[in-house]
Design a binder for this molecule. Structure first.
Ligand code: ADP
Length: 233
């Protein structure tokens, strides 16, 4: 089985003394899994997401994502890895309001060296698929929260990432828009996209995730797959 994520004894300390904020942790995520990461505030969810995204490096242990060993990479190589292999969706969308919807979606492709014509075709395909084609020339500020999050998902998918990471993707949305984003992520999972969702939204975890882990004080307190619930330590 191909693992998209493989953490071996990975830990992150923010201070030399004291317990690590995360780990040491062993965790593998297979291709096509949709993993929800839950747990109380301060339990290490963002720290884990940052390690997997290549935004941060572990203090000890190994982090391999999509076949690339990240813990030894320098800033430049990490940035390139993120651009080529990772899609990220945030609670507050993080779109560029000076650009149109189409340009926001196209930008990561062009930054990655895809030509304008191919990037435009890919953006159009995604806008059609996500139901936002009619907003192509609008600016994100003119759209509803739910529409903005669909633009953010399209942008995250433009380079066909090995891994889509979402940090509280429904956290800033009203009920109906949250439901649409849940459905969209569930559909992406069904299509085979490997997903990691950090969320307090239990409905999102239930609807979309094939597996849920609970972090407590930086440790894996629970790892539930399908209908099987398994307490870890
Ligand atoms: P969560 O995302 O579950 O709320 P975090 O990963 O943000 O948890 O934080 C885990 C622990 O690490 C917390 O105790 C937090 O205070 C600490 N922490 C997170 N980021 C930093 C940082 N940049 N510097 C120092 N401590 C941090």
């Amino acid at each position: 089985m191909t693992h998209v994520i493989e953490l071996t004894g990975a830990a992150r300390r923010y201070a030399a003394a004291g317990a690590p904020a995360l780990g040491p942790l062993d965790l593998t995520v297979a291709e096509g899994e949709a993993l929800a990461v839950t747990g109380p505030s301060g339990s290490g969810k963002s720290t884990l997401l940052n390690l997997v995204a290549g935004l941060d490096r572990p203090s000890e242990g190994g982090v391999t994502v999509a076949g690339t060993r990240l813990d030894g990479l320098g800033e430049h190589a990490l940035a390139r890895f993120r651009r080529e292999r990772i899609g990220m969706v945030f609670q507050f969308f993080n779109l560029l309001d000076d650009l149109t919807v189409a340009d926001n979606i196209r930008l990561p492709a062009q930054l990655g060296g895809t030509g304008r014509r191919a990037a435009t075709a890919r953006a159009e395909e995604l806008m059609e698929r996500l139901g936002i084609a009619r907003h192509a020339r609008a600016h994100p500020g003119q759209l509803s929260g739910g529409e903005r999050q669909r633009v953010a998902v399209a942008r995250a998918l433009v380079n066909r990432p090995a891994l889509l990471l979402a940090d509280e993707p429904t956290g800033a949305l009203d009920r109906a828009a949250g439901e649409q984003v849940r459905e969209l992520l569930t559909e992406l999972h069904r299509d085979g996209q490997t997903l990691v969702l950090v969320t307090h939204d239990l409905e999102l975890a239930r609807a979309c995730a094939s597996r849920t882990v609970v972090l407590i004080d930086g440790r894996l307190a629970q790892d539930t797959q399908g209908t099987r619930s398994e307490a870890v330590r």
